[in-house]
Write a protein that binds this ligand. Structure first.
Ligand SMILES: C[S@@+](CC[C@H](N)C(=O)[O-])C[C@H]1O[C@@H](n2cnc3c(N)ncnc32)[C@H](O)[C@@H]1O
Length: 232
């Protein structure tokens, strides 16, 4: 996929990418490739593949949910979807949570080189960050971080009441949603919709969109070892 094709596909999702945004996306792909030679950030480094499999994929939820205000990307890794949302939606204010210091160094380099004013990277695990920042985001998202019952406990405590939790999942998305029904309810959220998209690669993307309807009980999130060993 070329940058122009990315712009066209984004347009079909209702997201309009300006020339400046396209230039920032292309800079991001260059930095990803350069840094990937020093550290393992992603298996996908050819720009045309990056545009399709990382950038377009990251943009999809912006066309599916009414996202506004403050957003937390839990386990942002090399910045997916958080950096792409920061570029495409300058009106959002984003926090990228990432516990691996080397990945945070990469995110900071991207933020600085692309002169992004609406995003910061924080070197912390979600369950620790929640101690100071619980119920403070309008939306929380995550792609490829953990099975949904675990992910829900990392993400939903960070959400304000009425906020949206957007879990970016693959072909098992609907099964994961069924497995996480109890966890999501205990944490105070309800499923609002599930959206399936067939990617050009042939893969299926299912984005699960939840709304927080009541406060999360104070005992959550638990320490990670407990979340992992005994998911809700
Ligand atoms: C497979 S990577 C996915 C990165 C990116 N979201 C993407 O889709 O390319 C999972 C990331 O989640 C981070 N992670 C794992 N546990 C976490 C936690 N408890 N809180 C925040 N981030 C976490 C890891 O450090 C890693 O960078």
């Amino acid at each position: 996929m070329t940058l122009e094709e990315l712009r066209q596909k984004a347009g079909e999702l209702g997201i309009s990418l300006t020339d400046e945004m396209l230039s920032q996306l292309s800079q991001d792909a260059v930095l990803l490739r350069e840094w990937n030679e020093k550290m393992n950030l992603t298996a996908i480094t050819e720009p045309e593949e990056v545009y399709q499999k990382h950038f377009l994929d990251s943009l999809i939820p912006l066309g599916e949910a009414e996202i506004h205000g403050t957003v937390c990307d839990v386990g942002s890794g090399a910045g997916f979807p958080g950096i792409i949302w920061a570029i495409a939606r300058p009106d959002l204010k984003l926090v990228l949570l990432e516990p691996t210091g080397k990945r945070v160094a990469f995110l900071n380099e991207v933020i600085s080189q692309l002169k992004l004013q609406n995003v910061i990277a924080v070197n912390e695990r979600a369950e620790d960050y929640a101690k100071q920042h619980r119920e403070s985001f309008d939306a929380v998202t995550a792609r490829a971080v953990a099975p949904l019952p675990v992910l829900a406990e990392l993400c939903i405590p960070l959400l304000k009441k009425n906020g949206l939790f957007i879990a970016m999942k693959g072909s098992r998305g609907r099964e994961e949603a069924a497995e996480a029904r109890h966890a999501v309810s205990v944490l105070g959220a309800e499923n609002e919709k599930m959206v399936d998209t067939s990617l050009e690669s042939g893969d299926l993307r299912t984005n699960l969109i939840y709304r927080k309807v009541k406060s999360t009980p104070a005992e959550y999130p638990r320490p990670y070892a407990r979340i992992h060993k005994k998911p809700l």
